[in-house]
Design a binder for this molecule. Structure first.
Ligand code: ADP
Ligand code: MG
Length: 352
């Protein structure tokens, strides 16, 4: 490795991250050496963010650093796990001190909050790509999986849905929003809140859980498939922020809540008998009941007037429907799915 890269590691990745007692050897040797506390299992997740694919090219380095860790923390939260260590494989086109300083600041801020040690990684030259692997602990055999949903379970989500989808449309300049709403939805896109406390609070309460990265409809579909059950969602119950409620039509807001990506909220199912326990465990976290697990397979959406529409499997993966906002029209797409080329704004034809 070139000395510039050694210096880069020494300058940015050797100090300033939380230290943890289970880490015997950290950055600087051929491998890190750690132990898993008694009674715990290791939960491991990894996510790669590619510039221009998983985040817009103009995203600030600090937001990229934050989001690289946030999306992984969200995955661990969705297992009921507590984060502990991370490794970072960073590929960047050049050694840009300003960029690296800001990237590390975003990463370190969230690592500090979540008490995650940086125990190793790899540094290479190439197109900007960040691969972050996160490890955490979950009590033995208690991880909350996608396959545990039972008929009759209530379905819940944390926070608000669809904000990041509107944020993406805003940064792509597909839609112009008043500053206060623009800032809010863009912050939900770039700085999602990993629901760590909620995730661990649901241990022993939720039968199944995942984090919503690709839209509630598609992600809940993963739980339904793994658990071999169906569900009905109540459209009127979807939690919509003031920005979604006031800046686009209700239909469009609900479509974003169901199909747009990048929200990183938790979706989980709880048996009726544990609902009182749930209310206590999540006191202080915003969460909403959005539906019920049923024996009948498939995902049904119940409108406010009681009409039921079945979402078919292809509805989970086809997120290209345009959303209309006044005379503007934009595509509901997530960076996880769509290259930037698909995210252009299309003007609604005058006779449409
Ligand atoms: P090796 O060639 O033995 O894999 P490297 O020269 O790639 O070692 O890395 C030296 C040390 O720096 C290792 O401990 C590695 O884990 C750590 N490291 C390299 N890049 C990063 C990074 N981006 N973040 C954190 N640690 C890193
Ligand atoms: Mg290496």
């Amino acid at each position: 490795m070139a000395s510039a890269e050694f210096k880069l590691i020494a300058d940015y990745f050797t100090h300033g991250f939380p230290q943890r007692p289970e880490v015997a050897l950290s950055v600087g040797d051929d491998a890190a050496v750690c132990h898993v506390p008694e009674g715990m299992q290791l939960a491991i997740t990894v996510d790669t963010l590619v510039a221009g694919v998983h985040f817009p090219l103009e995203t600030s380095a600090e937001d990229i650093g934050y989001k690289a860790l946030a999306v992984n923390l969200s995955d661990l939260a969705a297992m009921g796990a507590t984060p502990a260590w991370m490794t970072l494989a960073l590929t960047c086109p050049e050694v840009n001190q300003t960029w690296l300083g800001e990237f590390t600041q975003g990463l370190r801020g969230l690592a500090e909050f979540a008490q995650v040690s940086l125990i190793g990684g790899d540094t290479t030259r190439g197109s900007l790509t960040i691969t972050l692997q996160l490890m955490g602990f979950v009590p033995f055999n208690q991880a909350i999986t996608r396959h545990g949903a039972k008929v009759g379970d209530a379905i819940y989500v944390t926070g608000m849905l669809g904000d990041a989808g509107l944020g993406l449309a805003a940064v792509q300049q597909q839609i112009q929003l008043p500053k206060v709403h623009h800032d809010y939805v863009v912050s939900r896109l770039n700085r999602p809140t990993p629901r760590l406390a909620a995730g661990t609070a649901l241990l022993g309460i939720a039968n199944s859980m995942l984090d919503i990265s690709d839209g509630l409809a598609g992600d809940l579909g993963h739980i339904l498939k793994a658990s071999k059950v169906g569900a009905t969602l109540d459209l009127a119950c979807l939690p919509l922020s003031e920005s979604l409620r006031t800046q686009i039509s209700l239909t469009e807001a609900q479509r974003l809540a169901l199909h747009a990506g990048d929200d990183y909220e938790l979706c989980f199912t709880v048996p009726e008998a544990k609902i009182a326990q749930l209310d206590k465990a999540l006191a202080g976290t915003h969460f909403t009941r959005v539906g019920t697990i049923s024996a009948e397979q498939g995902l049904r959406i119940r409108s406010a007037t009681g009409q039921i529409q079945t979402l078919h499997a292809q509805g989970y993966t086809h997120f290209g429907q345009p959303v209309v906002c006044g005379d503007q029209q934009f595509n509901v797409s997530s960076y996880s799915f769509s290259p930037t080329a698909e995210l252009h704004i299309t003007q609604t034809p005058p006779n449409n």
